[in-house]
Design a protein around this ligand. Structure first.
Ligand SMILES: [Zn+2]
Length: 266
């Protein structure tokens, strides 16, 4: 899904804000790196520009952050900071005890959902460990977690089928595209990996969809549980298959439909 060099040049020359986060512009002549949206007094000549995927790569190439567009601040704000900058990032944690939970989740200072795990899931790391590993300082503030808590509780109660709360998608542009596509699968329905890939005009990418699915930090809200194998088989689910069955069972119940036998039998 990487953009071509021509496409990146076009976005850089157009100072395209929507391209921020997709690539970094490195300028050989001035030895700085910029966001695509940067508007310096004089745009660099394309022949002097090298594109990087991350700010760490741009730094490794000996470039400094641009003082105008402050790319480091931007990447810190979207939760993909390089190793060298340690601004304090807070993750506000909370729990939901209702079925199909129990859930533990964390939001950022703006109340956007960062991560969600099932309290009875089988994970190699707990939510606390994941957040600490990413450099978050753990915090509690019921006001910041209120929207996520209310929406998740309503989902559990069967009174909410889609989510309005802001989400933090931490991943590559391709992963983000897939997660966005998953959100389009209606409550209580399922799609195959191949169908998701085809809906993105990438019919050969079913496996890549599977991989993006497996790295979803926002299960339930980004409904990777609604993706199944071609033959209706359940395939995998982070934290254990029992959680996927529980979510599908919950949604079928709310909609008053019967789960396909091969799923219900699990
Ligand atoms: Zn700049």
């Amino acid at each position: 899904m990487a953009l071509t060099r021509e496409a990146m040049i076009e976005r850089m020359l157009g100072a395209d804000k929507t391209a921020n986060g997709q690539f970094i512009v490195g300028v050989r002549t001035t030895k700085i790196y910029c966001l695509p949206s940067c508007r310096p007094p004089r745009k660099p000549k394309p022949e002097n520009v090298t594109f990087y995927e991350t700010i760490d790569e741009a730094r490794a190439a000996g470039l400094r952050a641009c003082k105008l567009c402050k790319p480091d601040n931007y990447y810190a704000s979207i939760g993909q900071g390089g190793e060298e900058m340690q601004q304090e990032r807070l993750a506000y944690m909370d729990t939901i005890m209702e079925t199909p939970g129990p859930l533990a989740f964390a939001v950022n200072a703006d109340g956007a959902l960062l991560w969600l795990k099932f309290l009875d899931g089988e994970y190699t790391r707990s939510l606390e460990e994941e957040l600490a590993h990413e450099g978050y300082t753990l915090a509690h503030d019921p006001e910041r977690t209120a929207q996520a808590r209310e929406e998740l509780a309503a989902y559990c109660a069967g009174t909410r089928q889609t989510f309005d709360l802001p989400l933090v998608f931490s991943g590559s542009p391709w992963q983000k595209l897939i997660w966005q596509a998953l959100i389009q699968i209606p409550f209580g329905e399922t799609r195959t990996y191949g169908q998701i890939a085809a809906s993105l005009d990438q019919p050969g990418a079913a496996r890549a969809v599977g991989r993006a699915n497996a790295t979803n930090r926002l299960p339930l809200v980004v409904p990777c549980h609604r993706v199944v194998g071609t033959n209706g088989s359940l395939t995998g689910f982070g934290g254990g298959m029992h959680l996927k069955v529980r979510l599908l069972d919950h949604e079928a119940r709310v909609r008053g439909i019967t789960l396909p036998l091969e799923i219900a039998a699990k």
